[in-house]
Design a protein around this ligand. Structure first.
Ligand code: TXA
Ligand code: MG
Length: 322
């Protein structure tokens, strides 16, 4: 499935948004499915296109600090410090919601998730419209986030009027979500801003376990269930259960000599976690198209972007029947 309505036409993207229709836009993390955050109709169409349950709230994107008043009633000093240090960039902060943001956006939560994206085309779109943009990742619910315009076209191309192509995303994993809770700052989702960088500014922060959400009681553990089961940190176990020709391997720096090389994807031979994060979702999509029975993914160092990579792999992983 290919979309004809895909390109670099900023004016067309803006025109659809102004008509309260959803448009896929590039951000530095992943592609978003954007719509007027003030319009319940636009937001309802985003949920419908993604087939996303309405209890899972959307992130609201603004162009800069000046627009914070459009979306939030109050910005705690620590939140402002974070925005000043990491925005525009892959940071999302939970703030008390302005009444102008429909409850549908936040799934009835009193807080709204706010992000200032860095991608020049996202910035250009936000500068051209007079409203903030609600934008979840531009994938069907339960699938991995898109990091190219073609990824979006493959799955949503016939369901949305336009895909704005801004090239491959530079960060490759979604934003880091931070909330200021009574017990202190909590990272609700590790992402493009490493936890260590937040700690330099805030002191100690708590990292919520993978898939635990402040917004969704019970969490959304199976964020992504691949077509071919993925096993996290279980190459040895997989080798005992599957023939080498049935098994894929997602590696950090080196392929494993026990498997055919063409069934493996090495994310960063140089051992660079940022490079690995950038290619992660393209690799998961590629494995899904291979004639394999299972894919094993190794555990990454639990530091820097490795934390976000491990979180996504953990959420994508199936349980091996013992
Ligand atoms: O990098 C990103 O954050 C990308 C780009 C497009 O900006 N967006 C993204 O959106 O990853 P999405 O919808 O795939 O993930 C948003 C998650 C929700 O699943 C929820 O866990 C959390 O953000 N969230 C959103 N609004 C919230 C709220 N009001 N309170 C708590 N958590 C919220
Ligand atoms: Mg998503």
């Amino acid at each position: 499935m290919t979309s004809h309505a895909m390109g670099r036409d900023l004016a067309q993207a803006v025109a659809w948004l102004q008509r309260n229709r959803p448009v896929a836009i590039p951000t530095e993390t992943v592609y978003g499915l954007a719509g007027n955050a003030f319009s319940s109709a636009a937001v309802a169409e985003i949920f419908a296109v993604k087939n996303r349950p309405r209890f899972d709230p959307l992130i609201v994107h603004i162009g800069g600090l000046r627009a914070l008043g459009q979306v939030a009633t109050q910005v705690p000093p620590e939140a402002l410090i974070l925005f000043e240090r990491f925005s525009p960039g892959p940071l999302t902060v939970l703030l008390p919601k302005a009444p102008t943001i429909p409850d549908l956006v936040t799934s009835g939560q009193p807080r709204v998730a706010v992000r200032i994206p860095h991608h020049p085309l996202a910035q250009a779109v936000l500068a051209a419209v007079e409203f903030p943009l609600a934008a979840p990742s531009a994938n069907p619910f339960g699938y991995v986030s898109p990091t190219t315009a073609q990824h979006v076209a493959d799955q949503l191309g016939t369901r949305i009027p336009y895909i704005l192509d801004g090239g491959p995303c530079g960060v490759g994993v979604e934003s880091t979500i931070v909330g200021f809770e009574p017990q202190g700052p909590v990272v609700w989702r590790p992402g493009g801003v490493p936890v260590e960088a937040l700690e330099e500014v805030l002191g100690a922060v708590t990292v919520a376990p993978s898939g635990v959400s402040v917004a969704v009681p019970g969490g959304v553990k199976h964020h992504y269930a691949p077509g071919i089961p993925l096993y996290f940190d279980a190459l040895e176990t997989c080798l005992a259960r599957f023939a080498p020709e049935e098994l894929g391997f997602l590696a950090f720096t080196r392929a494993d000599e026990r498997l055919p090389r063409q069934q493996q994807w090495v994310l960063s031979p140089a051992g660079d976690l940022a490079e690995a994060a950038q290619a992660l979702f393209a690799a998961l999509r590629w494995f899904d198209g291979q004639p394999l029975k299972a894919v094993a993914a190794e555990a990454f160092p639990e530091q820097g972007l490795g934390r976000a990579i491990n979180d996504r792999l953990r959420r994508a992983s199936a349980k091996l029947a013992r």
